[in-house]
Design a protein around this ligand. Structure first.
Ligand SMILES: [Zn+2]
Ligand SMILES: [Zn+2]
Length: 237
């Protein structure tokens, strides 16, 4: 660590992405005690969306069995519960943009094998509505995309996929309502047709409505296969 970075750490100390405690300079993106808490999605995964599934013999999760997706395949690193849920709320709504470094690093480390197999030519963060981004100061998906792109050496573009309008939070909606809410939410540039393999990056994957809506519009513009990588993946849906 350079001396000026070291001084910056004192003025703006980073916080642990797991417990939010102030980190001591040069100690990394989470505190040593929290390293032990890290449970990444292990075990049996859905072949389509990467979601953890209980049924050892099943190949696909319930959601993927019942629904055709517009994306090819995807994977999320952390199960969205416990500390991850609390950390994500801070990352998105309480100005903890710095957490992106930790999540991006984990996405590249634990999802790297998937990404290499998919071999995307470009990474597109799931876009945020312009006014919303201005208000929040950042799009967390873009922070993640940049971190993953840097680590896996894949270019990131934010000009190909745009969010045309603000959408309501999807949390309490049924899958049908989610799809309705996301209808015409995205706009894809004609240049998308130049890409045969695109990786979408987002913070959370739950039922896939967001990734599907984005994948659909990208493919309508002539893009090839769409994959996704997220920091977390919902459980029990
Ligand atoms: Zn911690
Ligand atoms: Zn699935």
């Amino acid at each position: 660590m350079k001396w000026n970075e070291w001084i910056l750490c004192f003025i703006y100390p980073g916080r642990c992405a797991v417990c939010d405690e102030v980190l001591s300079p040069g100690s990394g993106s989470i505190c040593p005690a929290c390293v032990e808490k890290l449970g990444v999605a292990q075990g049996h995964h859905c072949k389509k969306c990467g979601k953890f599934i209980e049924d050892e013999d099943g190949e696909y999760c319930e959601n993927c069995r019942n629904r055709r997706h517009h994306f090819e395949e995807g994977y999320g690193i952390f199960p969205y519960d416990g500390w991850v849920q609390e950390s994500m709320v801070r990352f998105k709504f309480h100005e903890r943009a710095e957490y992106g470094k930790f999540y991006g690093k984990m996405m590249a480390a634990k999802g790297g094998a998937y990404v290499r197999r998919w071999n995307p030519q470009v990474i597109l963060p799931v876009p945020m509505y312009r006014k919303k981004k201005k208000k929040r100061g950042y799009n967390q998906a873009e922070i993640l995309a940049r971190e993953v792109g840097k680590r896996l050496d894949i270019p990131v573009r934010t000009d190909l996929l745009i969010r045309k309008r603000n959408t309501k939070p999807l949390k309490e909606m049924t899958p049908q309502q989610r799809r309705e809410n996301l209808k015409d939410a995205f706009l894809a540039m004609p240049e998308c047709k130049d890409y045969e393999r695109i990786l979408l990056v987002d913070d959370i994957y739950t039922t896939g409505s967001t990734v599907d809506a984005a994948a659909k519009i990208l493919k309508q513009q002539g893009a090839g296969k769409i994959y996704f990588l997220t920091a977390c993946t919902g459980t029990g849906i």
